[in-house]
Write a protein that binds this ligand. Structure first.
Ligand code: AP5
Ligand code: MG
Length: 214
């Protein structure tokens, strides 16, 4: 299955993609994770992307599209993939339809007022990459699963979160029209959009996603 997760920052794309990709046995491809890894390794893409991630703005389309094109050409993507955080502009969506047409687009919807707390409270384990909310940690520095240390993402500060939300509404939300077949650039007669309410317990969101994909 070729699948996309759409949704604002903090909607739970990464949280749900971990379980859904394992269930469907397709690779979980997060462009945000790819950029963070490129920044850590100081690759040319990382050096170019860093200032955009730090500011909470979108990396230019040409950079992201080339990176995803290369990733989707790899052997593990030939039977499907779960893209998390790509596409994020109509230009990226049109390019993806040229590279490999996704079959379904799950839009995980969560109201803005919930997202600030989710994101400022997010902690990630540096050892197992698990994502947690600080309110669920008995020790705010330790991963409850593997005992590793948890850290906070650089862009999970209130001001940067506001910029990311703004970028989402201005540049990414129009993809709802694109994938439901209502944009002038949409593939004619195709509605690939599945809307899922993400404002409930993670296990309920997981079940809702699987039932939307049936
Ligand atoms: P990216 O890493 O994709 O960040 P994002 O879209 O802002 O989304 P997040 O990862 O913050 O949220 P999420 O939906 O994955 O939520 P999560 O599951 O972690 O992108 C980062 C940057 O990279 C961008 O700003 C941009 O600069 C660049 N970039 C990436 N892709 C790009 C592209 N295509 N084009 C251009 N630039 C690009 O959960 C969040 C929190 O909520 C956690 O604490 C979690 O525990 C909690 N939570 C999850 N589910 C629930 C639930 N059901 N109930 C309560 N809490 C929950
Ligand atoms: Mg994520």
């Amino acid at each position: 299955m070729k699948l996309i997760f759409l949704g604002p920052p903090g909607a739970g794309k990464g949280t749900q993609a971990a379980g859904v990709s394992a269930h469907l046995r397709v690779p979980h491809i997060s462009t945000g994770d790819m950029f963070r890894s490129a920044i850590k390794n100081a690759t040319p893409v990382g050096l170019e992307a860093k200032r955009y991630l730090d500011a909470g703005e979108l990396v230019p389309d040409s950079v992201v599209i080339d990176m995803v094109r290369e990733r989707l050409s790899m052997a593990d993507c030939q039977n499907g993939y779960l893209l998390d955080g790509f596409p994020r502009t109509v230009e990226q969506a049109v390019a993806l339809d040229d590279i490999s047409v996704p079959e379904a687009v799950v839009d995980i919807q969560v109201p803005d007022e919930r997202l600030m707390d989710r994101l400022t409270g997010r902690r990630i384990c540096e050892k197992c990459s698990g994502t947690f909310h600080i309110s669920k940690l008995s020790d705010p520095t330790i991963c409850p699963v593997c005992g590793g240390r948890v850290y906070q993402r650089n862009d999970d500060q209130p001001e940067t979160i506001m910029t990311r939300l703004h970028a989402y509404h201005a540049q990414t939300e129009p993809l709802i029209g694109y994938y439901s077949g209502q944009d002038k650039l949409s593939r004619p007669g195709e509605n690939r959009l599945k809307v899922v309410d993400g404002d409930r317990r993670p296990e309920d969101v997981f079940r809702a996603i699987l039932s939307a994909l049936e």
